[in-house]
Design a binder for this molecule. Structure first.
Ligand code: FES
Length: 113
């Protein structure tokens, strides 16, 4: 009988700056990527505090991780249209809520960071 593999109590997020610097941060489930970035002064503004009204929480999810997230809502897609430097895997950080299943999620901070 195999022992159960323990899941992390705090999923790890990896933020990558445009220049390539990486920040690995373990954060509690329930926080958004935007909230974690702000707590660690990573340059994400989140001006509207997660109410889908600003797009200043724009992040680019690593392509290999994009399928781990649910589809963006129509409101998120509309707001992403206003973001600068949007890529196919762009998302709003305020709409990505950490769960144990997202352990290891890598997000790139957009240029202009
Ligand atoms: S914080 Fe404003 S849309 Fe995400």
């Amino acid at each position: 009988m195999r022992a159960a593999v323990a899941r992390p109590a705090m999923p790890r997020l990896i933020f990558v700056e445009p220049g390539g610097a990486r920040h690995q941060i373990d954060a509690p489930c329930g926080l958004s990527v935007m909230q974690v970035a702000r707590m660690h002064d990573l340059g994400i503004e989140g001006t509207c505090d997660g109410s889908l009204a600003c797009a200043t929480c724009h992040v680019i999810v690593a392509p290999e991780d994009a399928l781990r997230l649910g589809a963006a809502s129509a409101e998120e897609e509309d707001m992403l249209d206003l973001a600068i430097g949007v890529r196919p895997t762009s998302r709003l950080g305020c709409q990505i809520v950490l769960t144990e299943e997202l352990d290891g999620l890598t997000v790139h901070l957009p240029d202009g960071w």
